[in-house]
Design a binder for this molecule. Sequence first.
Ligand SMILES: [Zn+2]
Length: 230
Amino acid sequence: MRLDELTWPECRDYVERSGQLLLPIGTCEQHGPHLPLATDTLVAEHVADWLSSETGILVAPTVSYGVNLPCDRLFWGTSSVTPEAFRTYVAEVLSWWRDQGFRRFHLISSHGDPLHLEALRSLERPDVRVRDLWEMDLSDLLEAQEGAGHACEAATSVMLALFPDKVRLNEVVDFETPWEEFAPYLRHERTDPVPGSPGQQGFPRKATAWKGQAIVRRIKTRALAWLLSP
Ligand SMILES: [Zn+2]
């Protein structure tokens, strides 16, 4: 159930009854030549809607821009804001709802940029909690990777499970930069293009819908346990 489908008197009644909100955090970010720019947004919204159906907590309109790697600037369509702007934007949106009596905010992110997550986590306080949906061990579910990369075996599997029509199967290629070379990009220390990279970091050719279903089940199970925890 979505917050913005209610009228304000209905929202007032909801605040008196519950006062909790789920807030999906997405990005407008290249995901290789085979996945759409909305990939993080689609996954965060899907999980938030499922959590809402399980708990009755309303889903607020998605924050669809986040903090992306500077080297992604050259991939058409990608856009980003600074960590400071992102943090301020989300904090101010929450502050209006807090003033109206909303009592607890659950921020759901499917984007793993370390500066993005750091900005979100800086907002944590007793009434604000942050969930990185990919923060879990996936090594038993993946063949070519130890954990999640970018537009990789894991993310492509999830998209094949949830939104198969949005995956450009003819465009799927593997590409990985060795960790020691990629780390400075991840820390935003290097802003030049990653040599030869089509955008992904990992092995999406190993992706399957079956793996995606297993990963989605794990993401949802962990997220629900997190949501219900005190
Ligand atoms: Zn991302």
